[in-house]
Design a protein. Structure first.
Length: 352
């Protein structure tokens, strides 16, 4: 056919997924630890012979487990195929104004892709020079607001008072707070859904719950918003979550002890890694997530990125305005941090 008739879109580019085992992978913010033993047990007990049937389109078992965990109603939770799926549905469901939606200039790179895909007008609001979101910039007419808290790839967290102020100034439009990294140190806005019928909080099992491979995410919001999300989903694909995702996800969220323990390990490794990187001459933002956002005084980020890759250590580099001299490094195990620090020490030898 004539490719003129193809829809033109610049896709989101995810971090590399090298398939070899002999490498250190610190580029896509996955959890270095396996999922909870509850998940491994549920996987063994799963009845594969029932896979001839479609899954429950409402994913009730999973949605109820999530609702119980947050102490909200079944009708306040919407689950999807990773939070990417859930946030994309939110864009379709709530960003229906002629006015532009607002999000930071430096943020999760999928937002502008979805806005383009769904033909939603948008405006990027610059972070200040310290990479902080300035709440007052969002006190103006708009078609909706979305931002991650903590922000990505900066890791910087906003306080609940500031988030409340943004919601208060925008009661007629949707405010989506993308809490992909909230478990690593921030304070969640989830409790505020009872106060504000324009707030949507999204979460994922991909990071703090070690389940990126299963693709589970969810939104928590006022009942009317959740009903609207279901309407959109049922206008597109009724069976988003697989039988496996429903079973294993609900097993995962029941293991509070394992969750607390893994998150604590990652936070501890993050603080330790930050100290060691500072000794090597790096400076960084105050990250409350499972990654560090770092820059070096002597060597360009692009070069460090390439040199690390030669040593089979993968981190993330964004060749984008304002952040093209930064690296985003996922927090791995302590052994992976040791490998990273050893490699960086060698690479930076030459830069002295
Ligand atoms: C990782 C991430 C997501 C999406 O994660 P899923 O794996 O699709 O659940 C959403 N927002 C931000 C800011 C992320 O970093």
């Amino acid at each position: 056919m004539n490719s003129e008739n193809f829809r033109k879109i610049e896709p989101y580019v995810p971090g590399e997924q090298p398939q070899d085992r002999d490498r250190v992978k610190l580029n896509t913010n996955e959890n270095p630890y396996p999922p909870s033993p509850y998940v491994l047990r549920a996987a063994k007990e799963m009845n594969a012979s029932a896979l001839n049937l479609y899954p429950d389109p409402e994913a009730r078992e999973l949605v109820q487990s999530i609702a119980d965990y947050h102490g909200v109603g079944f009708d306040n939770v919407f689950a999807g195929v990773g939070s990417d799926d859930v946030i994309a549905m939110c864009f379709m469901a709530f960003f229906n104004s002629e006015k532009p939606i607002l999000f930071p200039d430096i943020t999760y790179a999928f937002y502008d892709v979805w806005a383009e895909l769904f033909k939603i007008s948008y405006e990027k609001i610059p972070l200040d020079k310290n990479f902080t979101i300035v709440k007052e910039d969002y006190f103006r007419e708009n078609g909706g607001i979305v931002f991650p808290n903590p922000n990505a790839p900066t890791g910087i967290c906003m306080g609940l008072d500031d988030i409340r102020a943004i919601i208060e100034h925008n009661r007629d439009t949707a405010v989506i707070v993308d809490e992909a990294y909230i478990d690593f140190g921030g304070e969640s806005a989830a409790d505020m859904i009872n106060e504000y019928d324009n707030l949507i909080v999204t979460r994922t099992f991909s990071k703090s719950r070690s389940m990126a491979g299963m693709r589970i995410g969810y939104a928590i919001a006022d009942k009317a918003l959740i009903a609207q999300l279901k309407t959109i989903k049922n206008s597109y694909n009724s069976y988003t979550l697989s039988t496996a995702a429903i079973k294993l996800g609900s097993a995962a969220i029941k293991d509070e002890e394992y969750f607390i323990e893994t998150v604590a390990k990652i936070v501890k490794t993050r603080e330790n890694t930050a100290q060691r990187l500072k000794k090597l001459g790096f400076s960084m933002t105050d990250s409350k997530s499972n990654f560090l956002f770092v820059t070096h005084e002597k060597m360009r980020a692009a070069e460090i990125f390439e040199r690390l890759k030669e040593k089979r250590i993968y981190v993330r580099y964004f060749n984008k305005p304002r952040i093209d001299n930064y690296l985003r490094i996922t927090i791995g195990t302590d052994a992976e941090t040791d490998a990273l620090i050893a490699a960086l020490t060698e690479i930076l030898e030459g830069a002295k």
